[in-house]
Design a protein around this ligand. Structure first.
Ligand code: ADP
Length: 590
């Protein structure tokens, strides 16, 4: 029986909240935003028809606060909840709570989320559906000897994965038998720090795979289809940077087999709604990796080639309607590529770069789509994911899509934060990308990351040692226009901004940026709020300038915090698993 949804509360923030609201508006559905204290005036709040405060700053205090969200649902009278991605999107308990309150959950049933939520049960479910996973185990590792035995049969490298992991974290690659014990210990430690549980399992680590995923949709009447595939092989630290549809250079028969396998897996777990079945593809073979039970960040490329609005389809299914689309009627047209514009310094190992966007002008023109979560003047907080927005291109074929994307990236103007744009420009222009000769490890292993510098962001130093930023400006000579470069002090262009202090906007102590002079501070403070993943030194250790002291996980990234001065470690105030705030002292060196 179908029941129309009239008011949707989006339990999320940033670009995905805005994206969902756009479709709701087109469908005549009222929109409700929720917001943390930091997001009181965020774009998704400005965009919504009405908005309710959740309180708190961190994700746990706000967007992961069930009670506060339930209050907002009751207050607003929303009859549908869209979770976006991240936060509560793959939380079966939250889905159940919403459904129990008599509100439509625009997502899969809690039971499907549970089956696919842990990597081991999803491997078992795929096997039951007759779909092969990467060779591996379906039991927790109890002892290192099990890794040795697996290695003797399947060879090395082996991936040790956190069973309850996600987001590209909690995976360790064992290169050889002698390193197995250390890798297991570090995988378990990381799993505990990130996910609060240390269960790990293992599978063969493919050395040069491509990441191919299938967009599936099932309705509550037993129908399931796949809508195109996507290639998301361009990654760093197992996190996606560039995605495209359809996946290039896949034989037609393999493409169909992958799509059919994905639908089988989805139907086998009683799936309803939008889901993504991820596969690894190497040497013409494909293996099930996992299923993501939500709308993905990269859903837009599928929309561009299929002409379908996936959020509208999600709402239709949540209303209890039939898909109304048969597999043989799903067609794709042309090629689409998406680049994730993150607040990260790609030249410095993709280090997070939160701060205020002092200037923003996004590209436009034929075939260009911008799904943004921020506008000029908005602040990217250190507390949340650092995705600024997604630039999505459609063109009649892949070659033209690459050229169009490079054209659009050339038009992109953004200041105040560092972004992944310089990396995208380098990567998209490579022969490897053009020839589909890339893999999931390509960016890290085969590309010189020092090339990821924005030429307009060249920094040099004045005679007084002040940082100078390169800027272009127009001049006219005899009526002809020239563009000249000038170097201006950083202080002259860093406009005063609301919310973010300068030190927050430009973390100083993290990673590769530190340790140049050796005269830095002996007090090593957290450059941003995060979780301690590793403490690499102990009291009494002698350290050198630039030596890594602590690994801090912040904004979904690992950041190596290095010593700014040489000396002896006097005190260690950080332990694995601790949450630290910006400015908290972690290590003291004398
Ligand atoms: P997460 O849930 O953290 O996203 P996944 O299992 O989906 O983790 O893996 C994320 C990425 O890690 C994949 O896209 C791929 O790049 C890499 N990866 C995962 N498993 C393997 C494997 N067995 N061999 C090679 N690469 C892998």
């Amino acid at each position: 029986m179908s029941k129309p949804i009239t008011k949707v509360l989006v339990a999320n923030r940033g670009e995905i909240a805005v994206r969902v609201m756009r479709t709701c508006r087109e469908l005549g559905i009222a929109t409700v935003a929720v917001y943390s204290e930091l997001d009181r005036n965020a774009l998704h709040v400005r965009f919504a028809d009405e908005a309710y405060a959740l309180g708190g700053q961190t994700a746990a205090e706000s967007y992961l606060n069930t009670e506060a969200i339930l209050n907002a649902i009751a207050q607003s009278g929303a009859d549908g909840v869209h979770p976006g991605y991240g936060f509560f999107s793959e939380n079966a308990d939250f889905a159940r709570t919403v459904t129990d309150a008599g509100v439509a959950w625009i997502g899969p049933p809690p039971s499907s989320i549970e089956v696919m939520g842990d990597k081991i049960s999803s491997r078992i479910a795929a096997a039951e559906a007759g779909v092969e996973s990467v060779p591996g185990t379906t039991e927790m590792i109890n002892d290192v000897s099990e890794i040795h035995a697996f290695g003797a049969t399947f060879g090395y490298p082996i991936a040790i994965k956190a069973a309850y992991g996600g987001g590209g974290r909690g995976m360790k690659v064992v290169p050889s038998e002698s390193e197995a014990a250390a890798c297991l210990e570090s995988a378990q430690r990381e799993a505990t720090a990130y996910f609060g549980r240390d269960e790990c399992y293992m599978e063969k680590y493919l050395t040069r795979p491509r990441h191919i995923e299938l967009q599936v949709f099932c309705d509550s009447h037993g129908n399931g289809i796949y809508i195109s595939d996507r290639d998301c092989s361009t990654q760093r630290r197992h996190q996606k940077l560039i995605e495209e549809a359809p996946a290039p250079a896949i034989p037609a028969a393999t493409r169909t087999a992958m799509g059919e396998a994905a639908v089988k897996v989805a139907l086998a777990c009683g799936y309803i709604g939008a889901g993504t079945v991820e596969m690894l593809y190497q040497d013409g073979e494909f293996f099930f990796l996992e299923m993501n039970t939500r709308l993905q960040v990269e859903h837009c490329v599928t929309e561009e080639v299929s002409g379908l609005d996936l959020v509208a389809l999600q709402i239709k299914i949540a209303q209890g309607e039939k898909l109304g689309l048969k597999q043989n009627k799903v067609v794709t047209n042309g090629h689409s590529i998406e680049v994730r514009i993150n607040a990260e310094d790609s030249a410095k190992g993709f280090m997070p770069s939160p701060g205020t966007i002092t200037h923003l002008r996004v590209p436009s023109g034929p075939g260009v789509r911008w799904d943004g979560g921020y506008e000029e003047g908005d602040t990217i907080s250190q507390y949340y994911d650092n995705l600024v927005g997604k630039l999505i291109i459609w063109a009649p074929d892949r070659e033209r899509a690459i050229k169009r994307l490079l054209r659009a990236l050339g038009e992109f103007e953004i200041s105040g934060i560092k972004t992944t744009i310089p990396a995208h420009i380098v990567l998209l222009a490579t022969d490897d990308f053009a020839n589909v000769n890339h893999s999931t490890k390509w960016v890290e292993d085969e590309i010189d990351n020092n090339l990821f510098v924005n030429p307009q962001d060249g920094v040099s130093t004045s005679a007084e040692g002040e940082a100078l930023i390169e800027r272009s400006m127009p001049v006219e000579v005899n009526g002809k226009r020239f563009s000249v470069k000038v170097w201006v002090p950083e202080t002259a262009i860093a406009a005063p901004t609301a919310g973010a202090s300068k030190s927050k906007a430009r973390p100083k102590t993290a990673g590769a940026s530190s340790g140049a002079g050796g005269s830095g501070s002996g007090t090593v403070a957290a450059p941003m709020q995060g979780t301690i993943l590793k403490v690499l030194v102990a009291v009494g250790d002698v350290v050198e300038v630039g030596q890594y002291l602590v690994v801090l996980e912040a904004m979904k990234m690992e950041n190596n915090i290095a010593a700014e001065m040489a000396g002896t470690v006097k005190a260690v105030h950080a332990s694995v698993g601790d949450s630290v705030g910006s400015g908290d002292t972690m290590i003291e060196i004398e």
